[in-house]
Write a protein that binds this ligand. Sequence first.
Ligand SMILES: Nc1ncnc2c1ncn2[C@@H]1O[C@H](COP(=O)(O)OP(=O)(O)OP(=O)(O)O)[C@@H](O)[C@H]1O
Length: 365
Amino acid sequence: MITFEGVSKRFPDGTVALDDVSLECATGEITVFVGTSGGGKTTALRTVNRMVEPTSGRVLIDGADVRDRPPAELRRGIGYVIQQAGLFPHRTIADNIATVPYLLGEGKKRARARARELMERVGLDPALAGRYPAQLSGGQQQRVGVARALAADPPIMLMDEPFSAVDPVVRGELQAEFLRLQAELHKTIVFVTHDIDEAIKMGDRIAVFRTGGKLVQFDTPKNLLAAPADDFVADFIGYDRGIRRLSFVPAAELELDDRAVLPENASVAEARATGADWVLLTDSGRRPLGWVAVSGLATDRSLQHMPRAPLGHTFNVRADSARAALDAAVLSPSGLAVGVDDDGVVVGVASPLDLTNAIGRESAR
Ligand SMILES: Nc1ncnc2c1ncn2[C@@H]1O[C@H](COP(=O)(O)OP(=O)(O)OP(=O)(O)O)[C@@H](O)[C@H]1O
């Protein structure tokens, strides 16, 4: 556990970067520091490995003051990942990853073998081991940065905007893979970001900082969205926090309707009888095929021959959140989200109204 006890930092020019910050980063969890630019997130992170010394207060790791340990020794147990990866440009990928093992006196052969193993862990092709950083994409470089931080197997990792320098798609992949890795490794992680979506996705707990180095709220993502401590936090989370909260509602709680789900050999008359504007056609195994708009269907033939709009995305009723259902609804030509089970079989559809009701129920809790 990392404990901040009344930590303040005033730089020599008078800037107060941290103002009496107290919080605990639990062992094996991801604690995210989020907030306005200049809010003191990076400064707080750097007090843990003594890159910044507090003016007052203490930082403890498992109860021991970090000031009682020489910085070099302290940092061997703390991985550090920064934006743009911060790789050594003239060293190969393998040598970048093996930096700390080399420093610890590990032989070249063993350190390089470990580097290759770590490359696989973070989703990099070991064939890239002999390349130089400039020969990799931004996303690949970030993975190298993570692998390098993991090389000494430190119990603690400090990550300062580690995925900010890449495009949103790559960032999403890096986030998801890092969460998978963390589920195995259970490191104690402090993660700085200015992106509230990233904070909610990555954090077991989130600390919100505001200008002047004040910690305004420290809570789980779910509680933060449900009960922002003040207007600053509410503003920071955004007016769309109702939508964000859907991430915490399991899709299984949605009431799905299957009246407008028909086999593709059903007739236009059957489609009309549903009273729905759109019907979802399924194959013989009740897997979804696409949508048919009911209005304007003049003939009374099988729906099979009618113009069909694409299915769009589906959501998994067991594994996904209501947020995934919302995304599916927004992207669907019918405005309805199709819920499927693990085998891809249709369970039913959810309308935007069902999703609004889910937000209402979540708010009432
Ligand atoms: N070495 C320094 N000397 C003087 N002021 C500093 C120093 N380092 C940081 N600051 C100031 O301390 C405040 C907090 O900076 P910090 O980098 O911790 O904020 P941050 O929340 O990480 O911001 P960002 O999201 O923009 O990176 C800012 O006003 C910054 O200008």
